[in-house]
Design a protein around this ligand. Structure first.
Ligand code: FMN
Length: 173
């Protein structure tokens, strides 16, 4: 089988909000999390920690904690992406959310390549998720991510033209 190029995976990825009620094979989950494991991180801290929830009842509870985004229930898995790092870099930005975001996007792209779809979920209550999964207080719950077999199709992505987001040499926006 001919693997997708990185550009093809980037182009094919989209936020999937309708999933087939179908489990993800363990082999595919392994491959997806391997892509996260290989992500870069500040000081190579590898501070990300993932809880992959495949249990139906817990997925329903997570959907409720995510402002009732019902489509989450059907996703093969909901990834609860956490960081054990509360450090800030020299530049003043927090390490945890950046490291976790990079690893999650690796997951998105690898999932796309494997015929799975994903959706980033930032609309959720960490305080509701924490006791549900026994996540300790000193661990930041950064983001949720739905992953599974899609029951919808990609729409034309809405994106700004390149000149709106890029300039060379000096700030010219
Ligand atoms: C950090 C982040 C948080 C997001 N949170 C949600 C969410 O809670 N629910 C949702 O349906 N989509 C969520 N999205 C998906 C965005 O709405 C989506 O990426 C954007 O509209 C572009 O569409 P596309 O991903 O299909 O290209 C989130 C995306 C990101 C990157």
């Amino acid at each position: 089988m001919c693997a997708m190029t990185v550009l093809e995976a980037i182009r094919n990825r989209y936020s999937c909000r309708a999933y087939q009620d179908k489990p993800i094979e363990q082999e595919k989950l392994d491959q997806v999390f391997e892509a996260a494991r290989l992500a870069p991180s500040a000081k190579n801290l590898q501070d990300w920690r993932f809880v992959a929830v495949t249990d139906k009842e817990t997925k329903a509870k997570l959907a409720a904690a995510a402002n009732n985004q019902q489509f989450l229930e059907k996703a093969g898995a909901i990834i609860v992406a956490c960081s054990n790092c509360d450090e800030v870099m020299w530049c003043g930005q927090a390490i945890g959310p950046i490291d976790v975001a990079i690893a999650l996007e690796h997951i998105c792209l690898r999932a796309t390549e494997l015929g799975l779809a994903t959706c980033w979920i930032g609309s959720f209550y960490p305080d509701k998720v924490r006791p549900m999964l026994g996540i300790p207080e000193d661990i930041a719950i950064i983001e949720l991510m739905a992953i599974g077999y899609p029951a919808d199709r990609q729409k034309e992505p809405k994106r700004e033209p390149i000149e709106k987001i890029l300039c060379y040499q000096r700030w010219r926006f």
